[in-house]
Design a protein around this ligand. Structure first.
Ligand code: URA
Length: 223
């Protein structure tokens, strides 16, 4: 792949070198060579999105964590386990969804022997955006759910506030139904068990709205 994905190529999205033809699986392979920002130097591998190739629902997180970086799969660590639990409670089968991140390389800083998650910069989010756009283009999901502020602001604009609009459906050209809710990590960071349980219930309530739309689509808008 050589310099195919150097930063300078991706500064102008029109010059994005992401080929037009590959399937999601093809894109995943090509993305392993991505050098659009410097995160590739520190991460183990590109963590591309994963899920059912014809899924109607896409969940977009922020950036892979430590366990995702090692496994090469999104949302397999503690936040992923919490997401799985909430999806199950809301009646959404994760196997029928597609899960990805706004940024596809682990961003971390050392703390002792640990690699601590670091929020990606705007430049890193912008550099990775062609991959997210390509995933949306190939999958053509009917429902997109942004998990947390990074994904929401990347897809819905810098002014978007999850705290004000969580669980609402937002007008967007990206998909017929687009919504945002909190990132599952924010629930893990709740100050105590009580707050965590409450936040989990609010998260499940948001996901139940997504489940309702999925049921509506199956009834009124079959393939
Ligand atoms: N947090 C994210 O945003 N994505 C993951 O894949 C894991 C944790």
């Amino acid at each position: 792949m050589g310099n195919l994905f150097d930063q300078k190529d991706l500064e102008d999205p029109a010059q994005s070198k992401i080929p037009k033809t590959p399937t999601l699986e093809g894109l995943k392979k090509i993305s392993q060579n991505c050098k659009a920002c410097d995160l590739w130097k520190r991460g183990t591998q590109t963590v591309f999105g994963e899920g059912a190739p014809h899924s109607e629902v896409m969940f977009v997180g922020e950036v892979p964590g430590d366990q995702e970086d090692l496994a090469g799969k999104p949302f397999v660590g503690p936040a992923g386990q919490l997401l799985n639990k909430a999806l199950e409670e809301a009646g959404i089968d994760r196997c029928k969804t597609y899960v990805t991140n706004a940024v596809k390389h682990f961003n971390w800083e050392p703390r002792g022997k640990r690699r601590i998650h670091k929020k990606p910069s705007n430049a890193e989010i912008a550099a990775c955006r062609p991959w997210l756009d390509a995933e949306i283009d190939r999958l053509k999901p009917r429902v997109i759910v942004c998990l947390g502020a990074t994904a929401s602001q990347a897809l819905l604009g810098k002014e978007f506030r999850v705290t004000q609009h969580r669980g609402e459906f937002i007008d967007s050209k990206l998909a017929p139904f687009v919504a945002a809710t909190v990132h599952p990590s924010s629930i893990l960071r709740a100050p105590d068990d009580n707050a965590r349980a409450q936040e989990m219930q609010r998260f499940i309530a948001d996901l139940k709205k997504i489940a309702k739309v999925i049921r509506y689509l199956h009834l009124h808008w079959p393939d």
